[in-house]
Design a binder for this molecule. Sequence first.
Ligand code: APR
Length: 320
Amino acid sequence: MARPKIALIGAGQIGGTLAHLAAIKELGDVTLLDLNDGAAKGKALDIAEAGPSEGFDAEMAGTADYADIAGADVCIVTAGVARKPGMSRDDLLGINLKVMKAVGEGIAAHAPNAFVICITNPLDAMVWALREFSGLPHNKVCGMAGVLDSARFRHFLADEFKVSMRDVTAFVLGGHGDTMVPLTRYSTVAGIPLPDLVDMGWTTQDKLDAIVQRTRDGGAEIVGLLKTGSAFYAPATSAIEMAEAYLKDQKRVLPCAAHVDGAYGLDGFYVGVPTVIGAGGVERVVEIKMNKDEQAMFDKSVDAVKGLVAACKDIDGSLA
Ligand code: APR
């Protein structure tokens, strides 16, 4: 049986890391696509040359031509620009919206059966726009945010408790941004919810609140340290986890920016929720019960995403 084909739209920091991880994990053959075809070709060749030492079998290719992603099983989208000093959120939105149009049309023309994972920011609005421009089924287009946000939360919690991060589960809902909703009640160490761990004296409520805030600011913390770009190792790893769940029909329960229609009182809207990812793409949205405070935080987050979507519609009338 032929190996799956993985198209990576954007061969920047995250795109290159995605390619390397996909190769090491032998998820399939990889095609990197970028406006800068030298970067795409160079990274593909560099990773291919790591193959003999690492011992993976995967074809690596680089291109600037959408025809080369033909038949891709998975497309992971990182094309776009990151926010630079002096640039407003609307400036970024306008630029990346144009990129999503080109990418959406390219995927629709050449890889309409792919499972598409968007990473480009501002994530929740971009995944919505990418779905609109591509016209692919909603269950085949989702955004990577929740896996990364909950991985950051898990890392901070494991560090605080001095336990293996494998035994820490964490739950994050809502948009990918300042309004994300880390849910402590649904986050556990080996099944023990975080509020119980506060009662048990493992940590204090103040420390837990600080960890929640650090999770919300997780992306900005890395930008502040790197100075010249944003996070790429953990974002790439998170998207690969989602791609693997699809390719291997793992039915993983993973939070992602998914199209929510009916659940959570939403009426056809992309936002971060727990989902089941398998061969059908986003096969299910998992609806959990929230208390009043959690619901209020979630509503605020949904409103923030609605604002971004409205701004996209103002910029590109075809989306209205
Ligand atoms: N088509 C194809 N590639 C494009 C296009 C386009 N229209 N526009 C830009 N690119 C490419 C750039 O040439 C660059 O190689 O997208 C790549 C983006 O790479 P980086 O600038 O290194 O950004 P990266 O760190 O990979 O992040 C990508 O993910 O997390 C988000 O906020 C982040 O939106 C950003 C995206």
